[in-house]
Design a binder for this molecule. Structure first.
Ligand SMILES: Nc1ncnc2c1ncn2[C@@H]1O[C@H](COP(=O)(O)OP(=O)(O)OP(=O)(O)O)[C@@H](O)[C@H]1O
Ligand SMILES: CC(=O)N[C@H]1[C@@H]2OC[C@@H](O2)[C@@H](O)[C@@H]1O[C@H](C)C(=O)O
Length: 362
């Protein structure tokens, strides 16, 4: 039987809230409608401040509620725009906003905010949230989760297919043989930070600023030496690692470079770290999704560096902007049906678990 689910994702880029309405069956997940709501600037700045400085419990509690209310507003608007009936939707899969991801700390945790009680109460739809906690409880990284969905979508592929999502962070899924996946490292986050700081632009459209200069090989080599890129999977990361402090530390001794040279080197870092993982795994086809798929210069560099055929997921009929939101609709379905996500090989958990907590609407 097919059911309707809504997936809600706001990623590490903090650029928008993606909402996807999906019709999900045992072997299919069809995107019926989708919309991206812009992230309010004030709340974005508040979240970035929370991530980079010490904060009070009150601020965290209030941020959780503010995000819950924001997600609710977006979902209710989406329901209205699509003339949906609340009763027809089995559940919402709400990822929440990641504030801190610390799978390797002494007391590992992954914190997503956006109060799911509020979402369930004010939409009238049961809401599944806190997806990552059980995997961490079983000793896993709690991320990335998308590989399980990518495997479901491309179950029939005969190719040695890899899929990379280039959002704020970049994560890869290997869809041949035993399912594998990990966070490659920084996706767009450092490129975004640099152009925001030096050119007051949100992001480097089509990689045009990067394209105007040459890569600095010494800076690139220094960045590629970073321990995260040397680490073997399972591994996952976030803004608590790849952030302004990381960039400032790497740029020490490279003050003579122009802003454009740094931008170009950061783009090359993203392209080379992805290409290294693709080539090391002997993948023959690379599907790209997430905002990075829209960066034509980055795509050009990937095509050049990878020994695989590179294409955006749209060429396979999969909307590259909403794949993660679709994933959380599907994860909600798996939770409602009490089916485990087969992620132990990806996250390093001791066992596969039923992911997510249900906040019942009635
Ligand atoms: N036309 C474009 N040219 C260059 N870059 C682009 C373009 N469109 C989007 N991007 C990049 O994509 C980013 C947004 O990507 P996306 O929405 O996939 O991130 P996210 O979902 O927040 O991240 P994550 O997957 O890490 O959770 C922007 O911040 C920008 O860097
Ligand atoms: C902790 C967290 O929010 N991680 C995100 C982030 O964005 C990309 C990458 O880092 C991935 O690990 C994950 O998101 C996707 C949806 C995932 O779990 O697969």
């Amino acid at each position: 039987m097919k059911e309707l689910y809504i997936g809600v994702m706001s990623g590490t880029s903090l650029d928008g809230i993606d909402i996807a309405l999906c019709e999900i069956g045992d072997t299919t997940c069809r995107l019926l409608s989708a919309h991206e709501y812009p992230f309010p600037q004030v709340l974005k700045e508040e979240i970035l401040a929370l991530i980079s400085s010490s904060v009070s419990l009150k601020q965290i509690g209030e941020c959780d509620m503010k995000l819950g209310m924001l997600f609710t507003e977006c979902i209710n608007d989406f329901i209205q725009k699509n003339a949906l009936h609340v009763k027809d939707i089995t559940a919402i899969g709400l990822h929440g906003q990641t504030l801190w991801h610390a799978p390797d700390s002494a007391y590992p945790f992954s914190m997503q905010l956006g109060n799911a009680n509020i979402v369930a109460a004010k939409t009238g739809i049961s809401t599944v949230a806190d997806f990552r906690g059980m995997d961490i409880a079983h000793g896993g990284q709690g991320a990335p989760f998308a590989p399980a969905f990518h495997k479901f979508l491309f179950a029939d592929t005969k190719q040695k297919m890899a899929l990379v999502n280039i959002g704020g962070m970049a994560n890869i899924s290997l869809l041949f043989g035993k399912l594998q996946g990990w966070d490659v490292g920084c996706g767009n986050v450092l490129m975004d930070l640099w152009i925001q700081k030096t050119q007051a632009k949100e992001y480097d459209k089509e990689g045009a600023f990067a394209k105007s200069a040459q890569t600095d090989k010494s800076l690139l080599a220094k960045m590629l030496m970073d321990v995260y890129f040397q680490k073997q999977p399972p591994k996952s990361t976030g803004r608590e690692y790849f952030n302004e402090a990381w960039l400032t530390q790497k740029l020490q001794g490279f003050e003579h470079l122009s802003d454009a040279q740094v931008q170009r080197t950061l783009l090359e870092l993203t392209a080379q770290t992805i290409a290294n993982d693709v080539n090391n795994t002997h993948s023959s086809q690379l599907i790209v999704c997430g905002g990075g798929a829209k960066n034509s210069f980055l795509m050009q560099r990937l095509a050049k560096l990878c020994h695989a055929e590179v294409s955006p997921s749209d060429t396979l009929g999969i909307n590259s902007d909403f794949l993660e939101a679709m994933a959380f609709a599907w994860f909600a379905k798996k939770r409602i049906h009490k089916e485990p996500l087969k992620l132990r090989n990806v996250t390093g958990a001791k066992k596969d678990s039923i992911a997510g907590a249900v906040y019942a609407a009635d």
